[in-house]
Design a protein around this ligand. Structure first.
Ligand code: ADP
Ligand code: MG
Length: 327
């Protein structure tokens, strides 16, 4: 049974970056305003996340790593209206099957923090009182130590670290009210540091550099009929890069849309030289009933109803901005 669980867990948690994404979302669900991440060995040796959110009640420590016990999903229909990131209750369970997982957490009413370690979704021993600030620290060590196929599928330490930094950067930009840091263990300088209550543009500058940040145009569009709201920042016609960077959030979930990416590439191709590419950060709100959210943590490609109409709307919003800066 443990082997089956381990394989299933490996299907959910593919690599350090996607374990971290799940944990960032948990911290956001816990209303954290600071999220500090420490990694070692591309997250394969160590992946640690410390937040200042609500913390976990001591009596819940026994069940947080059990699959589905914490699921906020009562009926399948709820999926469309769910307001939190988490709804499956399987991220921590999965991680505990394929790594050493330790939680240190303190809620506001507790006198002290509690430390609990897990293996195969079960507590290894009763939670122990310890020192700690309000919030939650989750430590994941030796990811995939017991799943050699997953371990072998990973890229180099540098590549896994880049993927982690990419995820952290994207969340930091979209959630500019939250302060993020990403550090390699033992190093004093952070790879990423965005203070709480920064602006989106501040954070684009911090993460992607000033060349991009100073060429940004703000987009803002609504469509009553499509129940669509678009906000974002896009590069102008003077900016060009070797690769297309698109940060796409739909209803605050980080997703990918090949169709939208192609559409944007097409709009820009009229204005910027061949082989050059835009930068786009787009935050799209759609009627949740029309979006197929990324139910599975490793599938990020998103599909939505009235896709053609939605794409047209975004295209025209972007195009009118580009036209404006061309004249
Ligand atoms: P889900 O988020 O789908 O409920 P997870 O496995 O990701 O499932 O997390 C299990 C539960 O553990 C959450 O529902 C939440 O109650 C608790 N939890 C996890 N991380 C945190 C955190 N950083 N702060 C507070 N509670 C947390
Ligand atoms: Mg979760």
């Amino acid at each position: 049974e443990t082997v089956v669980n381990r394989i299933a867990a490996g299907e959910i948690i593919h690599r350090p970056a996607n374990a971290l994404k799940e944990m960032i979302e948990n911290s956001m669900d816990a209303h954290a305003s600071t999220i500090q991440i420490t990694v070692k060995g591309g997250g394969m040796k160590l992946l640690q996340i410390q937040d200042n959110g609500t913390g976990i009640l001591k009596e819940n420590l026994e069940i947080v790593c059990e699959r589905f016990t914490t699921s906020k999903l009562e009926k399948f229909e709820d999926l469309s209206t769910i307001a939190t990131y988490g709804f499956r209750g399987e991220a921590l369970a999965s991680i505990s099957h394929v790594a050493h997982l330790t939680i240190v957490t303190k809620t506001v009413n507790e006198q002290c923090a509690y430390r609990a370690s897990y293996e195969d979704s079960k507590l290894k021993a009763l939670p122990k009182p310890c020192a700690g600030n309000q919030g939650t620290q989750i430590t994941v060590e030796d990811l995939f130590y017991n799943v050699s196929t997953r371990r072998k599928a990973l890229k180099s330490v540098a590549e896994e670290h880049n993927r982690i930094a990419d995820i952290v950067g994207r969340y930091a930009i979209h959630n500019s009210h939250v302060g993020f840091t990403l550090k390699k263990q033992g190093e004093s300088l952070a790879d990423i540091r965005t203070p709480p209550n920064s602006t989106v543009v501040d954070n684009i500058r911090t993460i992607y550099g000033n060349t991009i940040a100073r060429e940004l145009l703000e987009v803002d569009a609504v469509d009553e009929m499509l129940k669509l709201k678009l906000k974002g920042y896009i590069s102008n016609v003077n900016y060009s890069a070797k690769r297309h960077i698109m940060l796409l959030f739909i209803n605050h979930r980080l997703v990918e849309s090949t169709a939208l990416k192609k559409a944007m590439e097409q709009v820009y191709s009229i204005y910027i030289p061949k082989n050059n590419h835009p930068f786009l950060y787009l935050s799209l709100e759609l009627d949740p009933r029309n979006v197929d959210v990324n139910v599975h943590p490793t599938k990020h490609e998103v599909h939505f109803l009235h896709e053609d109409l939605v794409l047209e709307k975004i295209k025209s919003a972007v195009e009118s901005k580009l036209l404006g800066c061309n004249t």
